[in-house]
Design a protein. Structure first.
Length: 622
C-alpha cells in the first residue's frame, strides 16, 4: 500500500493548500520532518516519510494532480524535487539542524548566478518548431510517447572530478542525481539508468580549467580511451566542482545528437554550490543535447512556463513538446539505437526495487507498479512471470514466448550497419553491431565510422533536409565546420563527423585530416578476404558477419549467416527426436513422456513445477 505524506504549501497569493504525496514503497519506520518557508514562496509542515536505507531513492506523485512528479531521496534526510503543475520545488535538509528542519523552495529562485547558454541565432535552426498551444503540453507529450511506444534506456555514467573531495558524500549525491534525471525523462518514455560512477580520488586525469569547449574535448577523449573499455554505456556526464561558471557564464556544454557515439556521447556540467536540484536540471539539459534536443524557442512551451531545454536555465523540470519532437526525429533518422537494449541487471548502480519499471537482480520482469502495468506476461506485484509465460519484455519476446532463433529483431539502418537476430535462448535482441571502422562504403566515397557511412551528403541531409547535398571539397581538405551558431553550451553540430573523407586516402579524426588507416581499430585483427574467406564482412568486434549460406566464425562452412555476436540470420531446418521430460516439482514428482514438437517454446509442465526451456522443443504431457 503506498504511504501518504502530507504537505501544506503557501503560494504568493497567500492561500494555503494541502497536498497529499504518494510514494510506492514499504515502510519499516517513520521519521517526522519539519519544513519551513523560503523566499516567501511556500511553507510545508508536518511531513512524514518512509525511511529504508537499503533502498532510499523514490519516485511519486501528488494526489489529484496528473501533471505532478516527486523524486526524493531519504538516504540522509529528505532531499529531492517536487513538480506541481509548472512549478518546481527543491527540498533539502537544513545544514546543522538539530530538529530535522528541511528547506522547501522554488528552483527558479535557487540560483544567484544566471546560467545563459542559449541559442544566439534562432534563424540558424535546421527545422523550426511548429506553433504550440501550452494547454496541450501533456496531451502532446503523451501522444509523442505513443508514437515511440518502446521505452528507451540511457545507460549513464556520471564522472565527478577531484574538486568535490568527499567521496562518500559525492557517491550519494550522484546516485540521487541519477534518480532525479530518471524522473524528468520518464515522461518522454526514456529511462535513465546509472550503470557507472567514477570519482577522481587523487587528481584529475585531464585539466578541467580553461574554456568549456577545451574541457569537453578532453573529457570525451578520455571517455573513449579509458572509460568505455571499462564500463559499457551510452552517455557520460562530467560533474565539475568549480567555484563558478566557465567563461561566458557557461555551466554546461555538450554535443548535439551524439548519444551512442564512442567519440562524442558526453557533456560537462559545473556544480558550483550545494543545490543538487538545480544542478540536475543543468545535467538534464546537456543530456538532452546528446539526445538530439535543441534549445526551445518562442513557439515551445510546457504548461505556460519555461522548460528544461530553454536557452537560459531556470530550474524547470519539464520538457517541452519541441524537445519530444527533436528526440523522435533523432530516433526516426536511425539514431539512438543503443538505447533500445535494457541494461544488464548486474550493471545497475542501485538496489533493485520491484515496480520501478527496470529489470534488476532477482526479477524475471518489471512492468511498473500494479496500477501502471499492462503486461499480461508479468505479475507486477512480484516481478515474476505469470503462469505459462517464458518472457515478458524484449524485442525477442512475442505473446509471452521467446522468438525462434533467426527471427529479425533489429534491421540495418544503412550500408555500414548490420542487422541483429534473436538467438532463441533470450527475449532480448543482441546489442547493436556494425561494420568495422575505417572500411570503405558508398562506392569508396567515404568510410564507415560508428555504424554510419560518413559522406558529406549524409551529414547535410541529417542537418538540413532530405534533398540537401554537400559542396565539393576544393583545393585541399576541410575537417572543421560550417557556421551554425546554436549557442554557447553546445559544440556546433556542423562540425564534420569523425571518419569524414578529406583528401584521397585520408579522413577526419579529432578535427585533423589524417591517413584513413588511423580509423582502423588497432586492437582488432580482422580482414574480410582472409579472416572471413571473402564470404562476409568484419564487424566492430573484429568478428566475421557471414553472408547467407555461410556460418561463423570464419564463414568457411555452410551455415545460417550472421555472426557470433548478432545471431544467425536464418531460421534453420529442424530435425525432431523423442525424449523423456522429468520436471522437478515442489509438491509431487510426476513422470511425463513427451514427444518433440519442432517449436522454440518454453516448457510448462505443471503449475507447481519448475519452468524448463528446451531449445527446439516443447514438452507435451501424455
Amino acid at each position: 500500500m503506498p504511504r501518504v505524506c502530507k504537505a501544506v504549501i503557501k503560494e504568493k497569493s497567500g492561500y494555503f493548500e494541502e497536498y497529499e504525496i504518494y510514494f510506492d514503497l514499504f515502510c519499516y519506520y517513520m521519521i517526522p520532518y519539519v519544513l519551513f518557508h523560503s523566499f516567501d514562496v511556500c511553507v510545508c509542515v508536518c511531513v512524514c516519510v518512509c525511511v529504508l536505507q537499503v533502498h532510499c531513492y523514490y519516485h511519486g506523485d501528488v494526489e489529484d494532480h496528473e501533471e505532478s512528479l516527486v523524486a526524493l531521496s531519504t538516504c540522509s534526510g529528505l532531499r529531492g524535487v517536487i513538480l506541481l503543475g509548472n512549478q518546481s520545488y527543491g527540498l533539502e535538509p537544513v545544514k546543522q539542524s538539530t530538529n530535522n528542519e528541511h528547506l522547501l523552495y522554488r528552483l527558479e529562485h535557487s540560483q544567484s548566478e544566471p546560467f545563459v547558454c542559449g541559442v544566439t541565432n534562432e534563424t540558424s535552426r535546421t527545422e523550426s518548431h511548429s506553433s504550440f498551444d501550452p494547454s496541450l503540453s501533456m496531451t502532446a507529450l503523451l501522444r509523442r510517447k505513443r508514437n515511440l511506444p518502446q521505452t528507451r534506456y540511457v545507460e549513464l555514467v556520471l564522472v565527478a572530478d577531484f574538486l568535490r573531495k568527499n567521496e562518500t558524500a559525492v557517491r550519494e549525491e550522484m546516485v540521487e542525481l541519477a534518480n532525479l534525471l530518471d524522473g524528468y525523462y520518464k515522461r518522454l518514455n526514456i529511462r535513465v539508468v546509472l550503470v557507472g560512477l567514477e570519482i577522481f580520488k587523487e587528481a584529475n586525469p585531464f585539466s578541467v580549467e580553461g574554456s568549456a569547449g577545451d574541457v569537453l574535448g578532453l573529457f570525451v577523449k578520455w571517455r573513449k580511451t579509458v572509460l568505455l573499455p571499462r564500463i559499457r554505456h551510452d552517455d557520460a556526464q562530467l560533474i565539475v566542482g568549480l567555484a563558478g561558471a566557465y567563461s561566458g557564464g557557461i555551466l554546461g556544454m555538450a554535443f548535439v545528437g551524439t548519444v551512442c557515439s564512442m567519440a562524442t556521447a558526453g557533456g560537462i556540467n559545473v556544480y558550483s554550490g550545494d543545490n543538487l536540484g538545480y544542478v540536475s536540471t543543468v545535467v538534464a539539459h546537456e543530456m538532452g543535447h546528446n539526445l538530439g534536443m535543441n534549445h526551445d524557442n518562442s513557439r515551445c512551451s510546457c504548461n505556460g512556463g519555461s522548460c528544461i531545454m530553454a536557452a537560459s536555465a531556470t530550474g524547470s523540470t519539464l520538457f517541452s513538446d519541441c524537445s519530444a519532437s527533436d528526440f523522435e526525429r533523432l530516433v526516426l533518422r536511425g539514431g539512438g539505437v543503443c538505447l533500445l537494449n535494457q541494461p544488464s541487471q548486474s550493471n545497475i548502480v542501485s538496489v533493485g526495487k520491484c515496480g520501478n519499471g527496470m529489470l534488476e537482480e532477482g526479477e524475471d520482469c518489471d512492468c511498473g507498479t500494479p496500477q501502471e502495468c499492462t503486461n499480461k506476461c508479468c505479475d507486477a506485484a512480484t516481478c515474476k512471470l505469470t503462469w505459462g509465460s517464458a518472457c515478458a519484455q524484449g524485442a525477442c519476446c512475442k505473446d509471452c514466448k521467446i522468438s525462434v532463433s533467426g527471427t529479425p529483431c533489429r534491421g540495418s539502418v544503412n550500408s555500414c550497419d548490420l542487422p541483429e537476430y534473436c538467438n532463441g535462448s533470450t527475449s532480448f535482441c543482441p546489442s547493436d553491431f556494425y561494420i568495422m571502422d575505417g572500411l570503405l562504403c558508398e562506392n569508396d566515397a567515404a568510410y564507415c565510422y560508428e555504424g554510419r557511412c560518413q559522406t558529406y551528403d549524409y551529414q547535410c541531409k541529417h542537418l538540413f533536409e532530405t534533398g540537401s547535398v554537400s559542396n565539393q571539397i576544393i583545393d585541399g581538405s576541410s575537417c572543421v565546420n560550417a557556421d551554425f551558431n546554436l549557442g554557447s553550451d553546445v559544440l556546433d553540430p556542423a562540425y564534420v563527423k569523425q571518419g569524414s573523407p578529406c583528401t584521397k586516402g585520408k579522413a577526419c579524426l579529432d578535427f585533423q585530416c589524417v591517413n584513413a588507416s588511423a580509423l582502423l581499430p588497432v586492437d582488432l585483427q580482422c580482414d574480410a578476404n582472409n579472416t572471413c574467406n571473402s564470404r562476409g564482412v568484419c564487424n566492430n568486434q573484429g568478428h566475421c558477419h557471414c553472408n547467407d549460406g555461410w556460418g561463423p566464425p570464419n564463414c568457411a562452412k555452410s551455415g545460417r549467416g550472421g555472426s557470433v555476436d548478432s545471431g544467425p540470420a536464418q531460421i534453420g531446418n529442424l530435425h525432431c527426436t523423442p525424449f523423456l521430460c522429468l520436471p522437478a516439482c515442489h509438491y509431487r514428482q510426476v513422470l511425463f513422456t513427451a514427444h518433440l514438437s519442432c517449436l522454440y517454446l518454453p516448457v510448462i509442465i505443471d503449475r507447481y513445477c519448475s519452468l524448463h526451456t528446451f531449445p527446439l522443443s516443447t514438452c507435451l504431457s501424455l
